[in-house]
Design a protein around this ligand. Structure first.
Ligand code: SF4
Length: 320
C-alpha cells in the first residue's frame, strides 16, 4: 500500500496563532481561564486545554465577572464583545486576522448602504460572528439553489462576502449564479476564502485522480476538513474524516493500493503521525510526501497578549 501525504496540510497560521495565544495566556494568568467556543474546531486540541483546566463556554453569561476570556479563532459578534465588557472580563482576542478582514468588509459595505450576500454555512461560529456585524444588512446563501430563491428588497447596492473555509469550487458556482442574477454585484479585491483552505483543497486535487481512498484527519465540526472530505467523495473516492488513528477501521483498507492522507487546518500533526504509524504497523504501508507548495504565513499574537507578556516580564524584573 502506498500512502501519499498531501502538503500543505494541518495547522494554518490562524490556528497556530490561536493555540499559541491560549498557551501563552495560561502561562501568564494560569489555567483558570475561559474560551468563548472551541479555540479551534478540533477535539484533540480542545481536550488538551480542558485537561489543563481551561473552560470552554457558549455564552459570556457563563463566565464569572472579572475573569479572563479568550475569543476563539472564528471571531465573535459585537454583541459578544459588549457582553464581555459589561462583565468586566479581561479579553484576549485570538480571532484569525483573515476572519477579521471579512468582519471589516461587512462593516464597510453596511456603512456604505450595501446589502451583503454572505456565502457560508448557517450556524458556523464564523458566520454567526460575521452576521452579527450587520444583521439587518446581511443575507446568508448556502447553496446554488438559495440564489434562485433570493428575494432582496434593496438590490441596487449589492456586495458579496464569503466564509473563509468554503469549498473553492462550490463558492465559485454560487458566485457565478449570483453574478448572472445581479451583474452589478461587488466583492472585495482579495477573496475571502483563505490561503490555507485553498492550499489544502488544491493539494489533494490531482492526487485524488489516482487514489483508492482518502483519509482526512480532522474533527467532524471542522469546516475546512469537511470540505476536503466532500472533495474526495465528489471525485468518487472512498473518503473518511477521522480525529486520529483510533477512528481508523482496518476494513477500509482491504484491496486498497493508493491512499491519500491530508489534514484540516485545525488538525494537529501528531494525529497524522498516529495514522501513519497505524498504517505502517498494520499494512506495512510505504509513504511519500506530495508537496504542492510551501506555506510560510505567520500571524502575530494579539496586542493585548503582548501587553500582558510585557507586564509579566516587567514584574519579573521588579521582583527579581
Ligand atoms: S483556516 Fe484560514 S481563516 Fe481559518 S484560522 Fe486558518 S488561516 Fe484563518
Amino acid at each position: 500500500m502506498n500512502v501519499l501525504l498531501a502538503s500543505p496540510r494541518g495547522f494554518c497560521a490562524g490556528v497556530d496563532m490561536a493555540i499559541e495565544c491560549l498557551d501563552e495566556t495560561i502561562r501568564c494568568v494560569g489555567p483558570n481561564i475561559f474560551v468563548y467556543h472551541e479555540i479551534v474546531h478540533n477535539r484533540i486540541v480542545v481536550e488538551r486545554f480542558q485537561n489543563q483546566g481551561v473552560t470552554f463556554v457558549d455564552s459570556v453569561d457563563d463566565v464569572p465577572c472579572g475573569s479572563t476570556l479568550v475569543f476563539s479563532a472564528h471571531g465573535v459578534s459585537p454583541a459578544v464583545r459588549q457582553a464581555a465588557r459589561e462583565r468586566k472580563l479581561q479579553v484576549i482576542d485570538a480571532t484569525c486576522p483573515l476572519v477579521t478582514k471579512v468582519h471589516l468588509e461587512a462593516i464597510r459595505y453596511a456603512r456604505e448602504g450595501y446589502t451583503i450576500v454572505l456565502i457560508g454555512h448557517s450556524g458556523h461560529d464564523e458566520i454567526i460572528g460575521t452576521v452579527g456585524e450587520a444583521p439587518d444588512k446581511i443575507v446568508l446563501v448556502e447553496s446554488p439553489e438559495d440564489v434562485e430563491h433570493l428575494q432582496l428588497e434593496d438590490r441596487d447596492k449589492l456586495a458579496c462576502l464569503t466564509q473563509t473555509t468554503l469549498s473553492v469550487d462550490e463558492a465559485n458556482t454560487i458566485l457565478e449564479k449570483l453574478r448572472r442574477r445581479y451583474p452589478h454585484l461587488e466583492s472585495p479585491a482579495k477573496e475571502d476564502i483563505c490561503y490555507a483552505t485553498t492550499n489544502r483543497q488544491d493539494a489533494i486535487k490531482s492526487l485524488l485522480k489516482s487514489a483508492d481512498l482518502l483519509i482526512v484527519v480532522g474533527s467532524q465540526n471542522s469546516s475546512n476538513s469537511r470540505r476536503l472530505l466532500e472533495k474526495g467523495l465528489a471525485e468518487g473516492v472512498q473518503s473518511y474524516l477521522v480525529d486520529g488513528a483510533e477512528d481508523l477501521d482496518s476494513d477500509w483498507f482491504a484491496d486498497v493500493e493508493t491512499v491519500v492522507m491530508t489534514a484540516g487546518a485545525s488538525a494537529p500533526e501528531s494525529a497524522v503521525t498516529e495514522c501513519v504509524d497505524y498504517l505502517k504497523h498494520h499494512f506495512n504501508a510505504e509513504f511519500s510526501d506530495a508537496v504542492l507548495r510551501d506555506e510560510s504565513m505567520r500571524f502575530p499574537l494579539p496586542r493585548e497578549l503582548q501587553i500582558l507578556r510585557g507586564l509579566e516580564s516587567g514584574d519579573k524584573l521588579v521582583s527579581g
